[in-house]
Design a protein around this ligand. Structure first.
Ligand code: PEP
Length: 250
């Protein structure tokens, strides 16, 4: 990994977490005061918990993010949340284009790009997710699909400070299955080439996270792969001990 790319370990709580879940956040904050991590640590809880966790994390190195935002600044979009609202509630990051949003809410690359643009306009760093389905991998379409998602989902104005990419094979999410190190290396090298072609030095500086069934046992192997600059973690981020175990494997 390049010296200029500080790793990022991000947790995505998805639709999990209540007020009482703050106990897990408190454990992370306590660990952060005692041990220096070699990566940035980010937690993306449900939006309902952002302000609460932000208050708890005040003065600590724990960063907070949202899991999705709308592509427009504001307006008549019942039930949606804007990037500015997330920032107002304490987020400094937001995930866009997660495969669960793409699948459950029919989010296209064009919609994801608008969300990324809205996030940057609100001053949030954005994590743009890409990844192939099992069928696409079987049909040897992995790089084609990811190439398209990168081209169409990332706004032209993106930079290394505004944008992080997460490679998440859809079939690896929540399944306990992970790609081989060779498969991860191939896709991350491909993403790096694409980013450098389009964004030059900024593309070299963008962090590329791996996501999909990362846990404290497999983390060190996955995080050591070239061009893997951190992890996006779902299930294993719900317990502070597991999440910390992944981050501490740096
Ligand atoms: C995710 O949904 O972003 C994810 C990586 O989930 P899990 O770690 O549970 O596979």
């Amino acid at each position: 990994m390049s010296k200029s790319r500080r790793p990022l370990v991000a947790g995505n709580w998805k639709m999990n977490g209540l007020k009482k879940s703050q106990a897990e956040v408190n454990k992370l904050i306590k660990k952060l005061t005692k041990q220096h991590l070699k990566c940035d640590l980010l937690l993306c809880p449900p939006a309902t918990l952002l302000t609460r966790f932000k208050n708890a994390a005040k003065g600590s190195r724990l960063r907070l993010g949202g899991q999705d935002c709308h592509g427009q600044e504001k307006g008549a979009h019942t039930g949606d949340i804007s990037a500015q609202m997330l920032a107002d509630a304490g987020a400094t990051f937001v995930i866009v284009g997660h495969s669960e949003r793409r699948a459950d809410h029919q989010e296209t690359d064009r919609i994801v790009r608008a969300k990324a643009g809205a996030a940057s306009a609100a001053g949030l760093k954005v994590i743009v997710c890409v990844g192939e389905t099992a069928g696409e991998r079987r049909q040897k379409k992995t790089l084609r699909v990811i190439g398209r998602q990168l081209t169409k989902s990332i706004p032209d104005k993106s930079s290394s400070s505004s944008t992080v990419i997460a490679y998440e094979p859809v079939w690896a999410i929540g399944s306990g299955k992970t790609p081989t190190t060779k498969q991860v290396a191939e896709v991350h090298a491909f993403i790096r080439r694409k980013l450098v072609q389009r964004f030059g030095d900024e593309g070299e500086g963008m962090r590329i996270l791996y996501g999909g069934s990362v846990n404290p046992v497999n983390a060190s192997e996955l995080l050591a792969i070239a061009n893997v600059d951190g992890a996006l973690v779902g299930g294993a981020s719900l317990k502070a001990s597991n999440f910390w175990g992944i981050a501490a494997s740096y």
